[in-house]
Design a protein around this ligand. Structure first.
Ligand code: DC
Length: 232
């Protein structure tokens, strides 16, 4: 029988906020033996830096200078089986999930210079292929030549309910209305910004996961990935 070998391809997962992109991307990467890269974490870490250092991000001089002092890296945490975002050597994985970062990140991610900075690093991370990267512009801008592009979507109420459950553990004062307003604002900014707005790539496959369990989503995506990555 012929040997089946999984080629190291690039898989992109783009879509709206809180659609479950990262859960699927992480599982998919782990099953294929690929590296998972959470591009949103990079924009979040930059936002955290700007906030801590009181950077006025409408002033491009300040933005340029600040970017020169930012070093982003992912470090694999073997205990948790996932990578954590580090900002200048500090593990900021949990801090960047805070609503205070979520409220600002879409504005920061809309700045062309910030995107150039992040995209250059994302492309370097994918130079040997064998990655699953999730975000908003990964299939359209970062890796237009990716072998598999998935565009994820889910019903609005379902997304709000999922995110609310996630955030409530850390912040018991949060309300569903806060979460809905943050999601709607982010989706609007992400899809209406001038630079690299969220768009479905013309060659992306849509995965609506409103009524799918995580296992069902994984099975579907694995099927697509294997079709493209299996070489005989
Ligand atoms: O996926 P996330 O919620 O962690 O993303 C955080 C923010 O960063 C979100 O508002 C959209 C933005 N983002 C982006 O503009 N491009 C990406 N490739 C990833 C995220």
């Amino acid at each position: 029988m012929a040997n089946q070998y999984i080629r190291p391809i690039i898989i992109t997962i783009d879509g709206w906020s809180s659609c479950g992109k990262s859960t699927l991307a992480r599982e998919l990467a782990s099953r294929l033996g690929f590296v998972y890269i959470d591009s949103g974490a990079m924009y979040r870490a930059i936002t955290l830096y700007f906030t801590r250092h009181h950077i006025d991000w409408t002033d491009m001089g300040q933005v340029d200078r600040a970017l020169q002092h930012i070093e982003l890296s992912f470090h694999f945490n073997a205990e948790l089986g996932r990578a954590h975002m580090h900002l200048n050597g500090e593990n900021v994985e949990y801090l960047i999930r805070d609503l205070s970062v979520a409220e600002r990140v879409s504005d920061v991610a809309a700045i062309g210079r910030v995107r150039d900075f992040a995209v250059a690093q994302q492309r370097r991370m994918g130079k040997d292929r064998g990655i699953v990267m999730d975000g908003r512009d990964i299939g359209t801008v970062v890796f237009p030549d990716a072998e598999l592009k998935i565009f994820m979507t889910a019903d609005n109420d379902i997304r709000v309910a999922r995110r609310f459950l996630e955030l409530r553990d850390k912040n018991p004062d949060i309300t569903e209305a806060d979460v809905r307003s943050n999601l709607e604002t982010r989706d609007y900014i992400d899809s209406h910004r001038e630079v690299s707005p969220l768009r479905q790539a013309h060659d992306a496959i849509v995965l609506d996961n409103s009524n799918l369990t995580p296992q069902e989503q994984l099975d579907i995506a694995l099927g697509w990935a294997r079709q493209r990555a299996l070489a005989v």
